[in-house]
Design a protein around this ligand. Structure first.
Ligand code: AMP
Length: 252
């Protein structure tokens, strides 16, 4: 497996003509994957492990919205309205998300591969992704779908805390920082994301069941789906993901 550095993901976060730094030579084998699973199931944490393991760049649409929100820069009207949807825990309209990913199609075509996290979230987005993959001349190797009982998902989401600086995530009981409320990595005070508050969690889970769960059938029908039990600590879950990856031959 490649274990490449993939720079600062500037092209993904900022779009436009931003260039990533420190990506190095493309690996011989680029992995192109996407992650599915209810919000709070631990996709972001698994994405970090899988990205380090395969060298594929972690591309999260939620991170792009959070980056825009925290950038302090001037936001386009469509980004402003997207952030309102996000704050309420609702899905951002397909047209906005699809346009945003289309503007970043070079991240899909990138020779380092990718690990999409949080996109697609609707069948319409999945159809748009298929078109982008064709345009970029690449194919998906695998869709990793994480499964967990709903009450455990709610417990994970409500206990999650995030570092506003480095974006690392913790859990108040399952994966606590060494000092309560403080990021181990950079000492910043941890925060609870607005959309991890109880009222937003209920909305997000409803949106998941109605709009995102149908993607499981969509990718199963393409023969790309691999289900992974997401119970247990992050290392145990990653161990299962690694077994799945080990059984796959990347499409290339
Ligand atoms: P995440 O970090 O993936 O849980 O995303 C946080 C929030 O960003 C979601 O609750 C949505 O409001 C918004 N969002 C991120 N990705 C998408 C997407 N693909 N489609 C619609 N909304 C999205």
């Amino acid at each position: 497996m490649a274990n490449a550095q993939h720079g600062d993901r500037a092209a993904w976060f900022q779009g436009g003509c931003a260039q990533c730094s420190g990506t190095g030579a493309a690996p011989l084998r680029a992995w192109r994957m996407l992650l599915l699973g209810a919000p709070g199931i631990g996709k972001g944490t698994q994405a970090e492990y899988i990205s380090a393991y395969t060298g594929a760049c972690h591309l999260s649409t939620g991170d792009v919205f959070r980056f825009a929100k925290n950038s302090g820069g001037c936001l386009t009207p469509s980004m402003q309205s997207a952030l309102e949807f996000m704050k309420r825990g609702e899905l951002v309209p397909d047209s906005v998300v699809i346009d945003m990913v289309r503007e970043r199609v070079r991240c899909i075509a990138c020779g380092h591969g990718f690990l999409l996290d949080g996109f697609p979230r609707t069948v319409e987005q999945a159809i748009a992704l298929d078109a982008l993959l064709t345009e970029a001349g690449v194919q998906l190797d695998a869709v990793l779908s994480f499964d967990l009982d709903e009450e455990k998902v709610i417990a994970r989401l409500s206990g999650r805390r995030t570092c506003p600086t480095c974006k690392r995530t913790y859990h108040i009981t399952g994966n606590p920082p060494k000092v309560a409320g403080i990021c181990d990595h950079d000492g910043a005070a941890l925060i609870q994301r607005e959309d991890d508050r109880p009222e937003a969690i209920a909305v997000r889970l409803r949106a998941y069941h109605k709009q995102t769960a149908p993607l499981i059938d969509y990718y199963a029908a393409k023969g790309l789906l691999h289900s992974i039990n997401a119970d247990g600590n992050p290392e145990a879950v990653f161990g299962r993901a690694r077994e799945v990856l080990g059984s796959l031959v990347p499409v290339g």
